[in-house]
Design a protein around this ligand. Structure first.
Ligand code: ATP
Ligand code: MG
Length: 647
């Protein structure tokens, strides 16, 4: 495995920015943020250009974040209308349905405009106006993007709830935001099976105010139960509305959306993003991180229920006049070649997915990649969890054929866009490192215990950010105090990410996992990511999750949950082999105390491992698993408890 990968010469030559350009631009961005962001703000179309650029303080407890506060703009106008003059017939959205037999759709900017305007007019007819909340509970269909943009067009605040969530989670989010309307579909096909979404909405609405209206997109045509006259078919409502709708002028600091975090560490937080700063940051990161050029076909495989789908399926790409792929299906249906088939079919140039998908496909074997023509793909991206060097290398070699830079993008729902990421033509990559900060982002490493700033380049501790960037969240919906306490109370004067990291001699950042997940073995602090990487580096292992558990002698012991590759069987010999393998890779201190075979790992609906639950199981304390409402498959937990290994 190589330690460092330099960008190829032809890539550098065609990229938006090279190594020297990055250095210069980064230096300018932190030397004079006002001037830097005033200039970058010109990439948006403003109804009234901002004269006040940055007004932010992280001082506890008076945290306040405002960007471009006297500017006015409309997000939908920026994502659609301004492209109508230059590229009306260019495809804005390529929609790839769940079933490969069904036709894909190519939606031009002109079509997008008409569809969004119609939906905006329907929402207006339902009494939705500026500042009102609308819940989206939808499959990955074009109407989900139309709905987001329709809200933005009339100044309503959307809150997308992932369609895999239960009716309880949905009801909480409807009530939490006091939404006027829920937009959904009859059914949601995924992996060849259709969920009856409307039923879930009906269940949820039993716990909500009677006045909540439900707008239904016809997707599958399956039988659904109608509740009352408050249920409306979108296609019927659209029959009588105009296909133009004037965009509402919005202040840059008006909320654009509410979105809940994934719930990996506890109760999900209702993150609020605003209009100007968020859009600017999403657009700019989309352009630089993926080296996006006109004519590219950009595919982010996330669901619009996550921030990744907001920033890199809808807002960033469309603000840049891009062609963005929206995929309704899953990576492994009809078989494990689906992602690559879609890349070939639509000649995808940038492909952005999550480590969980990469590891799952790696577990199925390279043969599923080899049958597809991936020659159009230029850049590969990853987000969501630390990516193990083993999975990184597989992605690089098998998918990228060694010619596509991998951008490992570190960011959060809270940050709106990438904060630490390589830029393809500028930053050599190292497998497992998110590398260096984006423009305007000032990371610092603090000692976890003392909060002392680590001034030497090589350092380890908690990852904080020193100053604001435009894409930063502004508050927790309805609970500003929680916002201030969660992110600014522990390390005064900084935004605290909740993640731990290591900075190497080149100034590269390596995310070591959640601070809560750091383990302390006989006085040695260790990130769980490191032990997991070592395990996954073994040819028998497809996925691993590591947590600490109380250990009489060492303080904490190392408890590993291991999922094997297809075709490998658990055995005591393999267990010993893995223990020795980790010992050899990292050192005697990291030798796992316990290895439990795990056919599945508890994951959030967005595919992240929920270590807090694994910790409880390892600690033999599963009476108190905490909030499990965002768990993808609760039965995995029962299996792990039933087969708990004794430490
Ligand atoms: P919650 O905040 O509710 O516990 P969450 O943190 O999983 O859930 P997200 O905002 O979806 O919710 O995820 C952000 C987190 O994902 C980061 O704080 C980090 O731990 C992890 N992450 C994202 N991208 C990367 C990456 N490239 N490398 C390492 N970790 C990453
Ligand atoms: Mg988080």
């Amino acid at each position: 495995m190589k330690d460092i990968y330099e960008p190829a010469a032809d890539l550098i030559a065609n990229a938006h920015i090279d190594a020297a350009g990055y250095k210069e631009k980064y230096a300018a961005s932190v030397a004079d943020p006002e001037a830097f962001w005033a200039e970058e703000a010109k990439r948006l179309d403003w109804i009234k250009a901002p004269t006040k650029i940055k007004n932010t303080t992280f001082a506890y407890p008076d945290v306040s974040i405002k960007w471009f506060e006297d500017g006015e703009l409309n997000v939908a106008a920026n994502c659609i209308d301004r492209h109508l003059e230059t590229r009306p017939d260019q495809t804005a959205i390529i929609w790839e349905p769940d079933d490969p037999q069904e036709d894909a759709q190519h939606i031009t900017y002109r079509d997008l405009h008409a569809n969004v305007c119609r939906m905006a007019n329907v929402l207006k007819d339902l009494g939705v106006g500026k500042g009102d909340r609308v819940i989206l509970y939808m499959p990955m269909i074009p109407q989900a993007a139309y709905a987001m943009l329709a809200c933005a067009r009339i100044g309503a605040i959307h809150s997308v709830v992932f369609a895999g969530f239960s009716s309880d989670a949905l009801a909480n989010r409807i009530n939490g935001s006091q939404a006027k309307v829920v937009i959904t579909s009859d059914g949601a096909p995924r992996g060849g099976k259709a969920t009856n979404l409307k039923d879930n909405v009906n269940q949820a609405l039993l716990h909500c105010d009677d006045s909540v209206q439900c707008l239904v997109v016809k997707r599958t045509g399956q039988q659904i139960a109608w509740r009352s006259e408050n249920d409306i078919w979108l296609h019927e409502a659209e029959a009588s509305v105009a296909d133009t709708c004037a965009p509402e002028p919005m202040n840059a600091e008006d909320p654009l959306f509410i979105l809940y975090t994934s719930g990996s560490t506890g109760m999900p937080k209702g993150v609020v993003h605003t209009t100007g700063g968020y859009l600017l940051y999403a657009a700019m990161t989309h352009q630089y991180t993926f080296d996006y050029h006109d004519g590219d076909v950009f595919w982010c495989t996330a669901d619009v229920g996550w921030v990744t789908g907001h920033s890199y399926i809808v807002y960033g790409p469309l603000a840049n006049g891009a062609t963005t792929v929206m995929f309704e299906g899953v990576p492994t249906w009809p078989d494990a070649s689906r992602f690559w088939q879609v890349c070939e079919k639509h000649k995808v140039t940038q492909f952005y997915t999550a480590p969980t998908a990469i590891r799952a496909l790696m577990g199925k074997g390279a043969k599923w990649v080899e049958g597809s023509d991936l020659s159009s793909v230029r850049i590969l991206g990853t987000v969501g969890e630390p990516i193990n060097p083993e999975a990184w290398t597989w992605y690089n070699d098998v998918v990228g054929k060694g010619k596509c830079p991998i951008v490992d993008t570190w960011w959060q729902t809270e940050t709106g866009g990438h904060l630490i990421t390589p830029l393809p033509g500028a930053i050599p990559t190292k497998p497992g490192s998110a590398t260096v900060p984006f423009f305007g982002v000032q990371p610092e490493v603090l000692d976890a215990a003392t909060g002392e700033i680590q001034t030497q380049t090589e350092a380890e501790g908690v990852l904080v950010i020193k100053d604001s960037w435009p894409g930063q969240m502004r508050t927790v919906w309805g609970d500003h105090n929680r916002f201030v306490k969660t992110y600014f109370a522990d390390y005064k004067g900084y935004y605290f990410s909740g993640d731990g990291c290591r900075r190497d001699a080149d100034g590269y950042y390596w995310i070591t996992g959640r601070v809560d997940d750091v383990i302390n073995v006989s006085g040695h602090r260790m990130g769980t990511a490191e032990v997991e990487s070592a395990l996954v580096a073994h040819s028998a292992v497809s996925e691993a999750a590591v947590v600490g558990f109380p250990h009489e002698i060492k303080g904490q012991g190392i408890y590993c949950y291991v999922t094997l590759m297809d075709g490998r069987e658990p055995s005591d010999e393999l267990r010993a082999e893995l223990q020795n393998h980790v010992r050899a890779e990292i050192g005697p201190i990291a030798k796992p105390d316990v290895i439990q075979w795990a056919p599945g790992l508890p994951k959030t609906r967005s595919g992240k491992i929920m270590r807090r639950i694994l910790r409880k199981i390892a600690e033999n304390d599963y009476g108190a698993l905490g909030d499990t409402s965002t768990l993808a498959d609760p039965s995995v937990v029962d299996d792990l408890i039933a087969n708990r290994a004794d430490g």
